[in-house]
Design a protein around this ligand. Structure first.
Ligand SMILES: [Zn+2]
Length: 344
């Protein structure tokens, strides 16, 4: 999903705890498309900004005495190059790896910059197969026929709300297809499977724990820095935004949020997009997911089809100002997940 200007500006008003914690932290790098701030001893957080799509997702460099670890593959190689630059700037230690929090394009399409520097790319073991299936398989493929059915539906829609939703879906698909046609893919090289979790990495004076949670995708990794009370959530946490849920497992996602909330009051969370936040944002996002779940239950009781459930969802006032990238990727994806679980 895209981080827009509003979301960027909202940071100041929605995250007072974090604003306080960062008060004295001047950015060590400011590129317009991203700002890098020293968040804690040895932890440098990259927050994607509105000045360009190079990063698009947030990231980090975690620097210990013996090694550094990069978080995220970002959207363009320039985003990943920024992380390498930060790693070299703050430490002389070698880069242990760059972690992809999940396989999605805005978290992996910059990977080639790591490959060029021979930096290992760490991800969940299913990430490469999903990148091949969802992205590589569509390269050098004519996207016209893939877009045609949706284009037709959008053109024929008579209800203005329905038309707006379908156009948002069309915009999202076109954005994805353009990125697929542009990217030089680089696949994760260090794959983590069930027996590797929690994956503990000792960087020298600072430890990183990588855990596997599912919800947003089957490949979600949570990067926890216990000694600094910091958690990188990838897209398991959306801040003031509707989830991208087209390959979600919504029931697992809700459980993953409970586990995030259990980290406690002082923990700072770095979501995949948007500003660093506290546990209140985790709770707010859990409420939003609960609302989607309640709607699906209501629709199932009324024997509504999944398409009807998607169409009939209304946004509660409380979440009205939240960003949404695409109606189908948010509401449609969530409804399909709930419905599939009921049938299973
Ligand atoms: Zn994602």
């Amino acid at each position: 999903m895209l981080v827009n200007r509003r979301q960027f500006l909202m940071a100041a008003v929605t995250a007072p705890t974090v604003a306080m914690a960062q008060e004295n932290a001047e950015p060590i790098l400011d590129r317009g498309f991203a700002q890098v701030t020293r968040m804690a001893d040895g932890v440098y957080v990259t927050v994607a900004g509105p000045g360009g799509p190079q990063c698009l997702s947030n990231g980090a460099v975690i620097a210990g005495r013996d090694a550094t670890l990069i978080v995220e593959g970002h959207f363009f190689p320039e985003g990943a190059e920024l992380e390498i630059e930060v790693a070299r700037m703050v430490s002389k230690a070698p880069v242990r790896a760059a972690v992809n929090t999940h396989y999605h394009l805005d978290h992996t399409f910059g990977n080639i910059a790591y490959e060029r520097q021979k930096i290992p790319i760490m991800a969940h073991e299913r990430a490469p197969a999903l990148m091949k299936e969802r992205y590589a398989a569509l390269q050098r493929v004519d996207k016209g026929p893939l877009l045609a059915p949706l284009e037709k539906r959008a053109a024929n829609a008579t209800d203005p709300i329905e038309k707006r939703h379908l156009n948002s879906d069309l915009g999202a698909l076109k954005w994805m297809y353009e990125a697929i046609d542009r990217v030089t893919l680089a696949y994760p090289t260090e794959l983590l499977g069930a027996s590797d979790f929690p994956n503990k990495i000792d960087l020298g004076g600072i430890t990183v724990l990588i855990e596997h949670q599912t919800g947003h995708t089957p490949t979600d990794l949570v990067v926890h820095v216990p000694e600094r009370d910091l958690v990188f959530t990838g897209d398991l946490l959306f801040e003031k935004s509707w989830p991208v849920a087209f390959d979600s497992d919504m029931i697992s996602w809700r459980k993953a949020l409970d586990r995030l909330a259990a980290f406690g009051r002082g923990t700072r969370f770095v979501p995949g997009h948007g500003p660093v936040c506290g546990v209140e944002v985790v709770r707010e996002f859990a409420d939003l997911i609960d609302d989607l779940h309640n709607h699906s239950e209501k629709m199932l009781r009324a024997s509504a089809s999944v398409e009807e459930a998607t169409r009939r969802y209304t946004i509660p006032d409380r979440f009205e100002k939240f960003d949404m990238f695409s109606w189908d990727w948010a509401i449609g994806g969530a409804m399909r997940s709930y419905y599939a679980q009921r049938k299973a």
